[in-house]
Ligand binder design. Sequence first.
Ligand code: TXA
Ligand code: MG
Length: 357
Amino acid sequence: MTSCFQTRVLTVDPSAPDPQIIAEAAAVIRARGLVAFPTETVYGLGANALDERAVARIFEAKGRPATDPIIAHIADLRQLDTLAHDVPSVAYALARRFWPGPLTLVVLRRSVVPANLSAGRATVAVRMPGHPVALALIAAAGVPIAAPSANRFSRPSPTTAAHVLDDLAGRIDLVLDGGPAPIGVESSVVDLTADPPVLLRPGGVTVAALLELLPGLTFAPRYLTEDDGAAPAPGMLVRHYAPDAMVIVVAGRREAALVRMRNEALIAAEAGKRVGVLAFDEDVPELVDLPVQLAPLGPATEPGRVAQRLFAALREIEQSGVDLILVRDPGQEGLSLAIRDRLVRAAEGRVIIAEPS
Ligand code: TXA
Ligand code: MG
């Protein structure tokens, strides 16, 4: 599909959005339009979640396969029961603890929810986002808002309005620019229809926090390639976040990993490849003499800041036209698990473990 219309951009105050701008955006949603808006995780591409044709437009604009279901965003806890039936009591406990916030719950879908939203599944994913602009938009629209991340399929998620426009200008009606997304990685997705519940995607709520209310929670990260055939759960394809360049995650102790990254960079540069490194701030002095493009990720000791930078850094380094991107394994502690998940997907599963020399 080629771009066929102008995408409008309206700037909003992220903490106190102008009700008139929100009303305008809500009118676009009700008229079956597409509105990109900030959430606390990443920018979402919103449409009326109860309107099958509006939802279909999301798939078309993103180039997203119809087999990958979309999250319905709500602004009021009562909307959960209008979308889902037989909601387990733990869902309300999770909602009280984590909503509004970066947690998505997969529950049983009511028939008012169009089947295409859920890619034909009997379930629906629901989340109440913790961002004033998102909450105001949903409330003003008066309907739940279907919203995947507002990127083209298999591009890094957008954390600014500029990222949204890079991918979707001319394909959507409106972008609400509320500045950078505060968290920077997507919500944690928990399937409550499985017994025990399954973490389908690590995200803004840590596993440790989830385990307090879901002691039986299981997480088996599987990074599938398209050759593996049908994915057991949607959204598990490693290509999901892949930039154009080849990405390699280098794991192991810091010193060994840095030695390995230097070697890989020098070998690739020798072979005429352009190399980029996503570097933790404290690693920069060890890498700065290399013939590589460096993109700082923030301090390794502050995963919150790394999460904020992650997708922008991936986009920047990709735009610099490199053939190979090296990044050190951030570990799996707290928010780092979500960061690692996105990097391993961007790397299409390529993780090398550096041994001490
Ligand atoms: O933080 C977020 O979740 C952002 C913001 C915009 O809210 N949204 C987001 O949406 O990341 P998306 O579509 O990029 O990712 C949603 C994930 C996908 O992995 C999808 O497969 C999964 O949630 N999902 C959605 N509905 C599901 C369902 N019914 N069952 C299982 N997984 C589902
Ligand atoms: Mg996405």
